[in-house]
Each structure stands twice: as structure tokens, then as C-alpha cells.
Ligand binder design. Sequence first.
Ligand code: ADQ
Length: 308
Amino acid sequence: MSKPEPNDTIAAGPDGLVAVLLAGGKGTRLGPLTRTEAKPAVPFAEGRLIVDFAMHNAYRSNISSMLVCTQWHPATLVAHLECNWRAGFSQGLVYRDGNRLAAPDGYRGTAHAVACNAPELEAAGTRELLVLAGDHVYDMDYRKMIAAHRAVGLPVTVAALPVPRSDASGFGVFETEGPCHARRFLEKPAEPPAMYGDPDRALISMGIYVFDWLWLRNVLGCDRPDDPNRPLDFGHDVLPAAVTRGEVSVYCFMEPATGPAPYWRDVGTLSALEHTRADFSAETRPFDLPVFPVVAGKPDERLMSPAR
Ligand SMILES: Nc1ncnc2c1ncn2[C@@H]1O[C@H](COP(=O)(O)OP(=O)(O)O[C@H]2O[C@H](CO)[C@@H](O)[C@H](O)[C@H]2O)[C@@H](O)[C@H]1O
């Protein structure tokens, strides 16, 4: 297995886009599985780790550069990405550990993780940022969302989908006044508001964002590193204010916008992970497991071992 090269650099794609994968959370709700392991590095099925779903989506969406924010036990994750995915990212795949980059406290939240990497993103020529989480199981072509972001012209686009209202309090929830027109954003509300036209469902954030970089660097206070009021978390700090200011467009991950939701699972709890794994071991899978790009050299030995 090749060793990670922390000095590698990234350059934005021809359209100025860079992806950031947030992969540093502790994942405490996965109990023993994440005691000494990053959540995205938890095995899913047949040699795939949880992170491979987001990686495959990025790869097949022609994303050519990615910065991965790690923090909690990143060794397995970095080795896996380096071995299986580096070949798919022609403009660079780099890992930036909060323990080193933001010592002594590390990244203090998702927005802070991006802010800490602002100088490198700036140097890479970033004009748009696609922010992804490493702990979701779904099959999505981000190009459609990016195209929608450009067409609408607002500085932020958030991917969203409906879930039963009773399941929504663990997510960021949009209060909408049209099929996908957001009026308010509430991070993990005890009483999630119903989505427009459907009293039984709520429109939740999938934790996938496209940002205009100049807007984001300003909102994150990248020029004010000592400002104690800088936002730390996208869901708690950045989105509620941005939605209220009318700066956020909602990208509904479903066709048509009011139709049934596609398969998407946040596998942040043991029971969600078990159910999702069961869906993929059933005769008919929700969709195919991720496929690694062809790598010159040896395949990951995990792929040679039996499913786990
Ligand atoms: N300090 C840190 N440094 C680096 N990476 C970190 C980090 N803290 C968390 N992460 C990573 O960021 C991603 C998001 O994790 P969070 O735990 O912050 O959000 P959560 O999933 O609860 O909600 C979010 O995702 C759900 C969808 O699952 C949305 O509904 C909700 O609005 C949104 O806040 C994960 O991949 C995690 O590993």
C-alpha cells in the first residue's frame, strides 16, 4: 500500500471547483466501531468502506481535486483513499489533519475545518467549493447540483430530500414556502416543520453544499483568524443566517421535486448502519456498490478478502 504524501498539492478543476470531504468527526454514535477508527473508514460491504460512496459519487461526477479534512484516527482512511482513489483525482487528493493544521484544539467544527484550509484552497485557484460528508450511503451525480447552483446564481446551494417528519429531528431541516424554496433553516429541531404540501414529511439537508468561494471565505472570516465570532459549524452557524438572508438555494435530490425520494442514508448510528448494510445484502440492492478507479499497481487487499 503506497504511503500518503502530506506535501501533495491540489489545483482547482478547469471550472474552478474543488471538493472538500469532511471526514474528521468522532462518530461516537457508532460505539465500538469508531473507538479507534474514523467513521468513514468503517467497513460497509464487500471491501467497501462507508467513505467509498461519496468518493465514487465525486469520481463519476468528474471532480478532479479533493481536500479531505481528517482528525479522528485517520490512518486507515488515508491509506484506503490513497490506495484506491488517488488515481481518480487528476488535480490532487490531499489529506489535511486538524490535529496538525489547527493544533492544539483541532478543527472545532465543519465550517472551521474549511476555514483552516482556506489558504490552500485559495492557492489552488478555488472559485467554487463542493462540500461533502464522509458518512452517507447514496448514489448521486453532483454535476446536476453544481449546474443548478450556477443556474440559480445564489452563493450557496444545499442538497435536500424529504424524510418522514418523525425521523427529521436528527438533521438540519428547511422550512419551505414552495416545493423547494427555503424560508428558514433549523439545525436538529425538536419539532421539525413539515415540508411544503406534505404534512407527514420534512425537507432535510443532506449535508452536501456548493459554495461560491468568495462568499464563503468572507462568511467564515478567513481574513480574521482571531475573531472569536467566526462560525464554526455549517449546520448550526452558517446556514440558518444565510437562509434567512435569502442567500441559499435548495437543490431537491428527487425527480420531480415533489416525487419520491431516492435512496440516501446517514449511517451515523449502529442501527442505521445495520439496516443499510441489510439493504445491500438483499437480492435487489438499492444501487450498485461503488467501483474504484483503475489503479496502476496492486488493488487494495481488502477487495481480495471475503465480504465483511
Ligand atoms: N471537526 C470536524 N473536522 C472535520 N470533519 C468533521 C468535523 N466534525 C464533523 N466532521 C465531519 O463532517 C460531517 C458532518 O458531521 P456532523 O457530525 O457535523 O454533522 P451531522 O451529520 O450531525 O449533521 C450534518 O449533516 C446532516 C446530514 O447528515 C445535515 O442534515 C445537518 O444539517 C448537518 O449539520 C461528517 O462526515 C463528519 O465526520
